[in-house]
Design a protein. Structure first.
Length: 186
């Protein structure tokens, strides 16, 4: 079986609930883009969508969120480019190595105010471990063989992670609540 993600393949390492943040770095050998986070991530999860940055050879990314005001680009911001200006999440990547440093939502959206980050880009330990796997079936659309999905879901279960073909129920409830409020239903 291909790599799910290095943070999951060999078992999860629990994060520190009192962890207060750290720095993320692109993969360039020098003049790295540095993003400083002043908080731990929340809702950290494995994501199988086709938009998130994944380490080479991995089927999934690991992505969490931080409050927008907890993120600052602190070195080499001139190297950042946007990946797709039409997407809901505007992903900012290093133009040289291609690593996504953060994604930001600018339009009206349930998650506006949160930035999406890959805590694995930090050399500091303590970040929240993945909590669930989302958009699992999406790896089929990217070429993964459908008959291997049981093995993929089994690997997540071995690590104590629920799998969903969207986000976790709690996050889906937040999206539905935002939509209901916008339409005057709540």
């Amino acid at each position: 079986m291909p790599s799910i993600h290095p943070l999951i393949d060999n078992g999860l390492t629990k994060g520190d609930p009192n962890f207060s943040g750290g720095d993320l770095y692109c993969h360039c050998p020098s003049d790295k883009v540095k993003v400083t986070l002043k908080s731990n991530v929340a809702h950290n999860h494995a994501c199988g969508c086709s938009k998130c940055w994944k380490p080479a050879g991995s089927l999934f990314s690991i992505v969490g969120v931080v409050p927008r005001d907890a993120l600052a680009v602190t070195a080499n911001p001139q190297k950042l480019i946007t990946v797709d200006n039409t997407a809901s999440i505007i992903r900012n990547a290093c133009k040289d190595c291609g690593v996504h440093l953060f994604g930001r939502i600018e339009k009206d959206h349930p998650f506006k105010g949160l930035d999406f980050v890959h805590a694995e880009l930090s050399d500091t330990k303590g970040w929240q471990e993945p909590q669930f796997a989302g958009f699992v079936s999406s790896i089929i659309e990217q070429g993964y063989r459908p008959e291997g999905m049981g093995e993929v879901r089994g690997k997540f279960r071995e690590n104590g992670l629920e799998t969903y073909d969207v986000l976790s129920p709690a996050l889906m409830d937040l999206i539905a609540t935002h939509t209901a409020k916008a339409s005057g239903q709540v």
